[in-house]
Every structure is written in structure tokens, then in C-alpha cells.
Design a protein around this ligand. Sequence first.
Ligand SMILES: Nc1ncnc2c1ncn2[C@@H]1O[C@H](COP(=O)(O)OP(=O)(O)OP(=O)(O)O)[C@@H](O)[C@H]1O
Ligand SMILES: [Mg+2]
Length: 228
Amino acid sequence: MSALQNKKRHLIVLSNPRSPITEAYRSLRTNIDFSSVDERTQVIMVTSTGPEEGKSTVVANLAVTYAQGERKVLLIDADMRKPTVHRTFQLTNKMGLSSILSRQCNLEEVIQESEVPNLYVMTAGPIPPNPAEMLNSKRMTNLMQLLREQFDMILIDTPPVLAVTDAQLLASNSDGVLMVINSGKVKKDVALKAKENLLRVNARILGVVLNNVKRKTSEEYYYYYYGN
Ligand SMILES: Nc1ncnc2c1ncn2[C@@H]1O[C@H](COP(=O)(O)OP(=O)(O)OP(=O)(O)O)[C@@H](O)[C@H]1O
Ligand SMILES: [Mg+2]
């Protein structure tokens, strides 16, 4: 593993509570709460059209933001193909989602405390040969039902929609989907295709986080657009 892959992910909401980006995460949380007047939004998955658009960055920062709002939060790394959450929070990945789905351990063993109060983490676990089959299992549905009873909010990191079916499968156990779009990289028709794939499995798309929006100053920052 390269030095870069081992490197801890820098979480701006922790390091810089007053930055505009941190403020954007707080507004995102508020807007998600406001969108949930009639429908329950307890389980949110974060995905994207393609790879490396910022899913893991957004879901980790959002999980911390929810935890800071005094809610008991679980972040699940359901990207069993390119897991990174353990690295972000410097936790062990010896056991995780793949271990519990393959009956190699029990639930208490895969829920780790993070350094952030109220934030718990289920890492991805060892990379399995059949992630989609695992996510599609009855055991996964049962696991999510159990976790809903134990946590106020559950956030899920996933692989990209257009690469594999995992995100579509996870949508059936989620109350809402946040799409992260690298605005400089992703073409509109490709983003629409990803949206279609999610709507086909009846996913409720909460909104889109536009990442990498270039400003006049050429500084990179997050901007989110909220709506249908
Ligand atoms: N707004 C940003 N400004 C600068 N760097 C960013 C930004 N968003 C993400 N990155 C960086 O881009 C890389 C990819 O981001 P991230 O790992 O969050 O994407 P991902 O969608 O989870 O990727 P994957 O498909 O591999 O899971 C990381 O090195 C991350 O630190
Ligand atoms: Mg990722």
C-alpha cells in the first residue's frame, strides 16, 4: 500500500469548524432535516456517478456534522471494493460489514467508537469476492433493521452507481440518497443515467452535492444544490 493510501483523510469539519465548507455541511444537514417532515430520513447513502468524485469525503464530513448535532450516528463503509472509512478515522479494518454479512462475527464486534463523540463506525471489513450478493442478502436487510433501532442516523458510503450494482442494492435499505457530482468532470447525460438507475429502484434522491466547483479565485470548495 502506498504512503498516500495510508494517509489519514483530513476532515475539514473537524479541523476548521468556522470555514465556509463546514458551514455548507451544516446547512446540508439542516436541509435534509427540513426535507423529512413527512418521510423518515434515518438512513442516508452517499453515492456518485463514477469513481473519485468525493463520496467518501462528503459522507465522512456529513457523519461528523450529524454527530456534532448530538445525534447518535453510525457511518457504514459499504464500499467493499475500495474501502476508505477505516483510514479516515484510523480504525482497524480486520472485521467489518463483510465479516458480519458472512457470519464471521457478531454486531458488537464491528461497531467501533471513533474519536468524535456520538460517532460510531462500521468499517467495510476484508474485501469479499461477492460484494453485490452480500448487499442483496436478507441478512443485510435484517442488519439494517437492527441498526435502525440502535442509532438516530445511519450514513452509508458506497461504490459509484455506474460501475457496479452495489449502490442500487443499498438504496432499497436507505431512506434517501445524496449524489456527489464532480462538476468539472461529469457530463450531464452521464449524471442523468446514474439518476435513472437510482430512480428505477425507487430511491428517494435527496439532492446533489456539487464538488469541485471552480470559483474565480480558482480555489476548490464544496457547493451543494438542494432539490429535485
Ligand atoms: N473538493 C475537493 N477538493 C480537493 N480535493 C478533494 C475534494 N473532494 C475530494 N477530494 C480528494 O479527491 C480524492 C477522491 O475523493 P474521495 O475519496 O472522497 O472520492 P470517492 O468518490 O469516495 O472515490 P472512490 O470512488 O475511489 O470511492 C481524495 O483524495 C480526496 O481527498
Ligand atoms: Mg470512496
